[in-house]
Write a protein of this length. Structure first.
Length: 269
């Protein structure tokens, strides 16, 4: 299935920018609107308010609690913060103030076929399930809230829906899973079955869902209809730097580069 790009294009206008990061890898906005940013090179997680004031910083290289070996992704859910600690093969869990709570790893598990290694993307479903991108094995694994294995998604047994080079994924409100897999988007249903494979004349960098499904390449953001998977709108990205991650929160668009997090609003051209 191909995505067709419409001619209509709108422009984003800068509202605010935070620009003191050295190599940001991800960000997430919590239930209380605080901003959490992971820094890959510094192995840190930073909590900021909406004005960009640093409220707390944790991390440093290591394998103990609150230390990291490349925090690849961060996900705020309810009043907890989940960090994919890639090279330590674990997910660290913190409260909203970045106090350490626990970690989720495979050390005590017996089913080695379903171990995750080098997690690069993490999400929590509406049911509280862990969903982890296992980058070593090019698949996505789902665990219940107690850490019990639930299912493998996009593994070698998935036929045409087997993932080849997954980069990032997101969940919509119905539990459907959208995966950037190389230059295609692979879509799975709530129970892990393949739904569709989308190709487009773009190279997708990031995908997100916060009321709308958004995909971006290096120059534009594309709004996707989740019923027929058509592109309904194109937003021109006004920054020259490579965009790492985009989220839409309360009608504003947050764009993360390695050095900055900028907040934009939309205007019609």
């Amino acid at each position: 299935m191909s995505l067709n790009i419409p001619i209509l294009c709108q422009t984003l206008v800068l509202e605010n920018e935070i620009s003191f990061f050295s190599n940001a890898s991800s960000f997430s906005i919590g239930a209380l609107k605080d901003i959490y940013v992971s820094e890959g090179d510094n192995n840190e997680i930073i909590k900021l308010d909406t004005n960009g004031t640093i409220l707390k910083k944790i991390g440093g290289f290591g394998w103990g609690s609150s230390s990291f070996d490349f925090p690849a992704d961060i996900f705020a859910y309810s009043l907890k913060i989940y960090a994919a600690d890639k090279n330590n093969d674990r997910i660290q869990i913190f409260d909203k103030d970045l106090n350490y709570l626990s970690e989720f790893n495979m050390k005590s598990k017996k089913e080695e076929d379903y171990f995750f290694r080098r997690p690069t993307c993490i999400a929590i479903s509406n049911q509280g399930d862990f969903i982890v991108l296992d980058s070593d094995n090019n698949r996505i694994l789902k665990f219940d809230m107690s850490g019990n294995f639930n299912m493998q998604i996009g593994g070698l047994d998935a036929g045409d829906y087997s993932l080849i080079s997954p980069k990032y994924f997101c969940l919509d409100s119905q539990g459907n899973l959208y995966v950037i897999d190389g230059e295609r988007i692979v879509i799975f249903g709530p129970f892990g079955g393949g739904r569709a494979i989308l190709s487009a004349p773009i190279i997708p960098i990031h995908i997100s869902f916060t009321g709308e499904l958004l995909i971006n390449d290096s120059s534009n953001i594309y709004k996707i209809d989740t019923q027929d998977f058509s592109i309904t709108e194109v937003l021109a990205i006004p920054v020259p730097e490579a965009i790492i991650k985009i989220e839409k929160i309360d009608n504003s668009y947050y764009l993360l580069t390695s050095n900055s997090l900028a907040k934009y609003k939309m205007i019609n051209e």
